[in-house]
Design a protein around this ligand. Sequence first.
Ligand SMILES: *[C@@H]1O[C@H](CO)[C@@H](O)[C@H](O)[C@H]1NC(C)=O
Ligand SMILES: *[C@@H]1O[C@H](CO)[C@@H](O)[C@H](O)[C@H]1NC(C)=O
Ligand SMILES: *[C@@H]1O[C@H](CO)[C@@H](O)[C@H](O)[C@H]1NC(C)=O
Ligand SMILES: *[C@@H]1O[C@H](CO)[C@@H](O)[C@H](O)[C@H]1NC(C)=O
Length: 426
Amino acid sequence: MSLLWCAVFLWFGFISTHIPVTSAEVDPLSKATFKYYLNEYAYQKSKSQFRVLNSELIPRSSSSTCSLCKAGAAGFIQLRRIGVRKRTFVKVAKYVCKVAGVDDDVCNGAINLNVDALLYIIDNTPKLEAARFCAVYLQSSGCEQPDGYDWSINIPQGESVPVEVNEVPSKPLKIIHISDIHYEPEYVVGSLADCTKPVCCVNASGFPENGKGTAAGIYGMYGDCDTPWVTVLSTFENIAKNHPDVDLIYYTGDTIHHQIWNTSVESNSRDLNQLLLKLNESFPNVPVIPIIGNHEPSPVNVFAPTSIEEANLSSNWLYEVFANNLKSWFPSTVLNTLKQGGYYTVKIKNNLRIIGLNSNLCINENWWLLYQDWYKDPGGQLQWLVEVLLEAEKNKEFVHILSHVPSANGDCLKVWSREYRRIVER
Ligand SMILES: *[C@@H]1O[C@H](CO)[C@@H](O)[C@H](O)[C@H]1NC(C)=O
Ligand SMILES: *[C@@H]1O[C@H](CO)[C@@H](O)[C@H](O)[C@H]1NC(C)=O
Ligand SMILES: *[C@@H]1O[C@H](CO)[C@@H](O)[C@H](O)[C@H]1NC(C)=O
Ligand SMILES: *[C@@H]1O[C@H](CO)[C@@H](O)[C@H](O)[C@H]1NC(C)=O
C-alpha cells in the first residue's frame, strides 16, 4: 500500500511544480530531485516496462526519498489549501494509481476509503507541514522530524520494586496465544490461489482453467490467501479438546482479512462480532483476552481520536464492538478505557494483571497522527499505562502486557516507542 500512496502523493508533487507554490516547504533541492525522477519516469515509461515507483526508482532509505515525499506532500496539502475539491483529488489519485499498475478495484477501494480522513486532517490542521507528513509516513526511511513534535510521558522517579514470590505455584500457567486470524468470509474452496489481485482464494479471484492455476484448499492455502471459517472452528475445537487445562487465552488481534480495499464498518463489525462470539462460546471456562489489531478499523490502520464522531471518520464503532462483546466477560471498569481508545486492563487469578494495549494507535500509516496535537500520547494510553503499572506495583501484582504492533518495529511512531520503552524499563 505504501507504493500506492507514494505514487499518489508524487503526482500531486508534480502538479505543485506546475502551479505557483508559495510554500517554503518545497526547497529547490526537492524540486530538482522531483524533476529528476519525473524524467526518469518518462524515460522508463517510454520503454513501457516501468511501474511508477519501483524500488530502483525510490530507494528505501535516502534523503532523496524524503525530498521526493516532501515535494509530493507539499503539493497535496497546497492544492487542498487553495480549495481543490474532493472529487478532483479522487480523480487524479485514481488515475495515478492505475498508471502505477495497481489493480483497479484496489485503487478505487483504497482511495475512496482514505480520502475523507486525509482531507479532513489537512483542513483541520492548519500547521500541518510536508516535512512532518514525511517524518511520520516515511520514518523508517530516515525522514527527519521538524522541530516541535517531541513529547514525553510523566514517569515517577525511582526504580520499580520487584514482586517477591513466597510460594512457587505447583504448576506453571498454561497460556495459549492466538493471533492474526485474518478471517476471510468470502473464501471459496477451489477458487484461484494464485490470482492477479493482492488477495486470492475468493470468488473474485476466478477459477483454475484448462489445468492452469492452483485451486484453493479446504482449510486454506499458502500464498496470498486468508483464513476460511472452517479453519478457525477447527483451531478452536482443537485447543478446547487437547488443552482442557489451559489457564488463559491471549488473542492479539487482526481478525479482519487483507482485502484492505474492500473493508467497511458493516462487514468489519460483522466479522469481529462473529469471531469474538465464537471465542467466548468455544472457551466458556477460560478467560480470553482479545485485543485490537491494525486491520480492525476501516480503512486499515486508520484510528481516529474518539472526539471525531462523524460517520466515515469515526473509529468509535470499533471500540463499541469490543465493549459490547467484552461486557459479559469482564468487570464493567474495563469498558471505560476500551471506549476511550481501545485499551484496557483486567486482573486475572494468581495476582496476574493483563494490560491489553491498542498499540496500533502509534502506527505510521495512521493519518490521524498528523491531526492537530493528537500525536502526543494518542488516546492518553501511555500515561494511563504508567498509572496502571504503578498501581500494580503497589498491589504486588505480576503484569503481562499484550500489544499487536510491537514498539520500535519501524511502523510505530519513534517517540511513542521511546516513551513506551522508558515506561517498561523503569
Ligand atoms: C467486496 O467484498 C464483497 C463481499 O463482502 C464482494 O462481493 C465484492 O466483490 C468485493 N469487491 C471487491 C471490489 O473486491
Ligand atoms: C462468483 O463469480 C462468478 C463469475 O466468476 C459470478 O457469476 C457469481 O455470481 C459469483 N458468485 C458470488 C457468490 O459472488
Ligand atoms: C459469553 O459466554 C457467557 C457464558 O459462558 C455468557 O454468559 C455471555 O453472555 C457470553 N457473551 C456473549 C457476548 O455472548
Ligand atoms: C459514508 O457514510 C455514508 C452514510 O453515513 C455511506 O452511505 C457511505 O457509503 C460512506 N462512505 C464510505 C466511503 O464509507
